[in-house]
Design a protein around this ligand. Structure first.
Ligand SMILES: [Zn+2]
Length: 117
């Protein structure tokens, strides 16, 4: 478990990350999905809606959430402007694809409010 309390900013970032990976997986990956759970924190406290993900996306989201919680900066800068590049190699390419795809998806569906808040 996380020892400290999460800030609202962290919660909203986590919610966002889950949403983005969720959309991406739903639209791009067929096959079997199962509900995402995360051992380090109670996901239900943050996002009531369950998201189903394929094994790959689960791995990516777990990585993303872990890195977000480990972020040493406060306030956290934009990831692309950050000196601590926590996404490496394959994860970096993947999360970029996810952000681009899901970002576009939200814009197309008029949910820009989810992107900037
Ligand atoms: Zn997937």
């Amino acid at each position: 478990m996380v020892e400290r309390k999460m800030t609202e900013k962290e919660k909203s970032d986590i919610r966002m990350l889950m949403k983005f990976v969720g959309i991406f997986c739903q639209k791009n990956h067929g096959g079997e999905k199962s509900p995402f759970s995360f051992k380090l924190l109670e996901i239900k406290e943050i996002e009531k809606k369950k998201i189903g993900l394929c094994a790959d996306c689960k791995q990516l989201l777990t990585y993303g959430l872990t890195m977000r919680l480990k972020c040493p900066h406060d306030p956290k800068p934009m990831c692309k402007k950050c000196e601590t590049q926590c996404y490496h190699g394959a994860y970096k390419a993947k999360i970029r694809e996810v952000m681009k795809f899901s970002g576009m998806h939200l814009v197309k569906h008029g949910r820009v409010d989810l992107l900037y808040h």
